[in-house]
Design a protein. Structure first.
Length: 277
């Protein structure tokens, strides 16, 4: 069943929905909707999820899609970070490759010719906050929670959080979030400019589609050119700065603090005092 979707697109993505385990893609008119659908794991990012995201993004038909919405499956989380169990035993080099992999996927959203809206429907922690930050526009449900908790796990943000967050909310708020590992609610996110609008959870996707359709109603060539102009003006040096972030992220792996903090997280307890080694 294709529902209300355009037949050719529907046929293409019906096949993809069968083959892709954790990422769903739907097309409604000129609006694409990509859902990170791993709700039992709070939509946490692992290598498979990132690969499926990359494959989905690569197969979006730009001539027939004028705006993309990204959201999370279930009612609790947008994306509750990366998979800590997978990350805990990473070496320095594996940490660097993991950071580069995430940065590559997220950068494909910033360079995607069409606008991307993050519909944040719950926890957006770590990689989830970084995913939202890689989108052009962010809207949130009332229950949304944002955080960059990496330093509490003995690492740095590794998927662009040290770079994009400051460009969105300013250095002061970005550094507070990055240094304290604290959480902010949807209303605070609205006040500091991290999100543009806050809605009841039950109407979030409806509002996201309305916003996407307002964008899609404009001249697509002009919208794509506008995104390119805005992003290129901000992108000077950004690729270099993301590489610096990957380097710093990877230096944290194999430290005692990183191993102990991630083990404590997995065991659902508070970590002991950090040892600075």
């Amino acid at each position: 069943m294709c529902g209300g979707f355009e037949p050719r697109m529907c046929e293409k993505y019906f096949f993809r929905r069968i083959c892709v385990e954790f990422v769903k893609y739907e097309q409604k008119g000129f609006v694409g909707i990509m859902t990170i659908n791993r709700p039992k794991a709070m939509n946490a990012l692992n290598a498979q999820v990132l690969d499926e995201m990359a494959e989905t993004i690569d197969n979006i038909l730009i001539d027939e899609t004028r705006c993309l919405i990204i959201t999370g499956g279930g009612e609790k989380a947008f994306v509750a970070g990366a998979d800590i169990a997978m990350m805990r035993e990473m070496t320095h080099e594996e940490g660097k490759e993991w950071s580069r992999k995430g940065n590559s996927v997220f950068r494909s959203l910033t360079t995607l010719p069409i606008p991307v809206i993050a519909a944040v429907n719950g926890y957006a922690l770590g990689g989830g906050c970084e995913l939202a930050s890689a989108c052009d526009i962010r809207i949130a449900s009332h229950n949304a929670v944002f955080s960059q908790p990496e330093v509490s796990l003995g690492i740095t943000a590794g998927f662009g959080g040290t770079q994009r967050l400051a460009r969105i909310v300013g250095f002061g708020w970005a550094k507070e979030m990055l240094y304290t590992a604290g959480r902010i609610d949807a209303n605070t996110a609205l006040q500091i400019g991290l999100v543009n609008h806050v809605y009841p959870q039950e109407s979030l996707m409806e509002e996201a589609v309305k916003l996407a359709e307002r964008i899609a109603a404009n001249a697509p060539i002009a919208v794509r050119a506008t995104k390119m102009a805005v992003n290129r003006g901000q992108d000077v040096g950004n690729q270099w700065s993301l590489e610096v972030e990957s380097d710093q992220f990877s230096t944290c792996f194999e430290s005692e603090d990183q191993h102990n903090a991630m083990l404590a997280f997995l065991e659902k307890r508070k970590p002991g005092a950090f040892l600075n080694r």
